[in-house]
Structures are given as C-alpha cells and as structure tokens.
Write a protein that binds this ligand. Structure first.
Ligand code: ATP
Ligand code: ATP
Ligand code: MG
Ligand code: MG
Ligand code: MG
Ligand code: MG
Length: 275
C-alpha cells in the first residue's frame, strides 16, 4: 500500500476510540416507524409479528457478537449492553455503531417474509444507532429500568387509547382528550369497567418488552444441533462450516424473556451480566 499523492486525505480520518473499562450501551431505533408501521398494516396497539421480528434480529446480533451480554426491546427499539472488557473493533465508536446497526437492519429485512408472509416490504426500513458509555453497574441498572418503565407507560396508554377507539367507538382526537390528565389507576379503571380488560392479564410481551440473555445449554446437546438451531447466516459459507465443526460446542444459547428487569431478582440470578 504505497501512498499515492492523494493518500494524505486519510489523515483527516480521526480516531474515535471509546474509553476502556466502561460499559457500552447501544440503542437502535426504527427510523420513522410511525409511518412504516402504518404502511405495513401493523396491528394496534401491538403487532406481535413486528415484535417477534425485532427479537429475531436482536438474537442474530447477540449470536454474532459475544460481547453483547444483554438486550432489551420494545416497540421499534432495541438496547444492547456490551461488557466492560469488550475489545471489538478496538472499541472504535463509529465502526461498532455502524456495523451493528447495519447487521440489525439487514437481519430485519432478511427475516421479514417469515413474519409478514402476506405483506411484502414496500420500501427499505432503516434504524438509527447511538452508543453511550456508562461507568458503573448502577447506571446500567437504571438504564434498563428506564426503558422498561417506558414500555409500561406507553403500553398502558396505547392499550387504553386503542380500546377507546376500537371498542369504544371514539375517534382518535376524542380518545386522546379522554386520556388527557389521567393517571395510571384511571387507565386501569377505564380498561376494566368499560371494556372488561384486566391490564395485568395482557400478554407479558407487551407489558414487559423482550429481554434477551444467554442461558447455558443442557449438557447433552451436540454442536451440530446447536448450529442448526441458531440458523447461522448462510453467507458465512464453507469456511464457517468448517470452523463450526472444529469448534468446541457452544455453552450457551440466546433466549427471549418477558420478565421484570427492574427488581433485583433478575440481576441477582445473573451476576455475569454486570461483571
Ligand atoms: P423516529 O424516527 O424519531 O424514531 P418514529 O416514527 O419511529 O420516529 P418512535 O417514537 O420511534 O417514532 O415510535 C415508533 C412508532 O412505531 C410507535 O409509536 C408505533 O406507532 C409504531 N410501532 C413500532 N412497533 C410497533 C408494533 N410492534 N406494533 C404497532 N406499532 C408499532
Ligand atoms: P473490513 O470489514 O475490515 O472492511 P473486508 O474483508 O471487507 O474487511 P476490505 O478492505 O473492505 O476488507 O475489502 C473488501 C474485499 O471484498 C476486497 O478485498 C475483495 O476481496 C472483496 N470484494 C468487494 N467487492 C468485490 C467485487 N465487486 N468483486 C470482487 N471482490 C470484491
Ligand atoms: Mg425516536
Ligand atoms: Mg423510531
Ligand atoms: Mg422508538
Ligand atoms: Mg470492507
């Protein structure tokens, strides 16, 4: 790579390393998904197909990047926690953010037809990404509490709003007005007394979002079974297949949970996440 007389422009590319020994938190969010969900006929308030597709893309990311120790998704967003010691791409910020956002997006498109067999994509979706560094476990716990509280607030609002519209016959302007100034308990009351909906009986996926963690596989599972089950991207081709046969069997698999991550129980059971 002898330098041409043009090569000096490379010097304008500045390094963007991330502080070592800090937690990296990457959040991806669908670009203009208000429109995207309308154009693709998402069920309101919650389209399960769309949420499961998001989970699938997030799982692909965790399978590709072992440094991701936890992920949490709701609506059109997903947050990924990378361990403090992560050294991927020499901790170059733009390389990490752009590559992971790109893989998530292509995975979302790649698997689209599995979840929306009757609805071809009308245009290519995109996701934005931002990466924030956090110094300690406290901020990480609070970050995930923040996102799951957001899930709860939005879902309670949206569930009540769409009940007023779909079952109560209100138009959207009127439904917004009905909910203006109401507290959480008022929404529970509207749902229960007007529509016989017990909020706490609603699918946990909608109330709690999706939490992805690595869980140890049962002892006797074989490497081949795992390879097939994870559905590794086929673009890894022959060399990856050889590598797969040669490597020791994976000890963990990524699982999707819909549970509380605000209380201590979740974290106490998985001390490795914040290690
Ligand atoms: P921005 O580009 O700023 O993120 P946005 O239109 O994507 O704009 P968000 O605040 O991210 O705005 O909200 C995403 C919107 O996408 C939600 O308000 C909702 O209308 C819709 N949406 C996303 N996922 C689903 C889903 N699974 N079911 C129904 N609607 C969804
Ligand atoms: P990195 O992730 O660091 O970018 P890379 O494998 O993508 O690694 P690059 O320096 O970007 O490395 O080089 C891309 C490589 O992809 C080329 O060296 C070439 O082997 C291959 N390639 C890309 N486009 C073509 C093409 N149109 N025809 C043939 N080979 C191609
Ligand atoms: Mg937004
Ligand atoms: Mg969005
Ligand atoms: Mg969003
Ligand atoms: Mg390249």
């Amino acid at each position: 790579m002898a330098g041409s007389k043009y090569a000096y422009v490379r010097n304008f590319e500045l390094p963007d390393p991330l502080l070592p020994g800090t937690f990296m938190l990457l959040r991806l969010d669908g670009h203009s998904f208000h429109r995207f969900s309308d154009e693709h006929g998402f069920t309101k308030p919650n389209d399960s197909r769309a949420l499961e597709l998001m989970d699938h893309a997030a799982k692909d990311l965790m399978e590709q990047y072992p440094d991701i120790v936890l992920a949490f998704g709701e609506s059109d967003e997903f947050s990924f926690l990378l361990r403090k010691s992560a050294a991927l791409y020499n901790r170059r910020q733009s390389k990490i953010v752009s590559t992971l956002a790109s893989l998530f997006t292509s995975s979302y498109v790649f698997h689209w037809a599995k979840y929306f067999p009757d609805c071809p994509l009308k245009y290519p979706p995109s996701f934005d990404g931002r990466l924030v560094l956090y110094p300690s476990a406290r901020e990480i716990r609070d970050y995930f509490s923040w996102r799951q509280t957001d899930t709860h607030i939005n879902n309670l609002y949206n569930t009540t709003f769409w009940a007023l519209v779909q079952q109560g016959g209100q138009n959207t302007t009127y439904a917004h007005a009905t909910l203006k100034g109401t507290f959480s308990k008022d929404k529970h009351e509207i749902l229960f007394s007007r529509f016989q909906i017990n909020y706490n009986a609603i699918d946990a996926r909608f109330r709690k979002g999706s939490t992805l963690v690595r869980e140890e596989l049962p002892e006797k599972t074989t490497a081949n079974d795992d390879g097939a089950a994870t559905g590794e991207p086929s673009d890894s081709g022959a060399p990856a297949a050889v590598k797969m046969r040669g490597r020791t069997k994976p000890r963990t698999q990524v699982v999707v949970l819909h549970c509380d991550i605000i209380k201590d129980d979740f974290w106490d059971a998985r001390p490795e996440i914040l290690a």
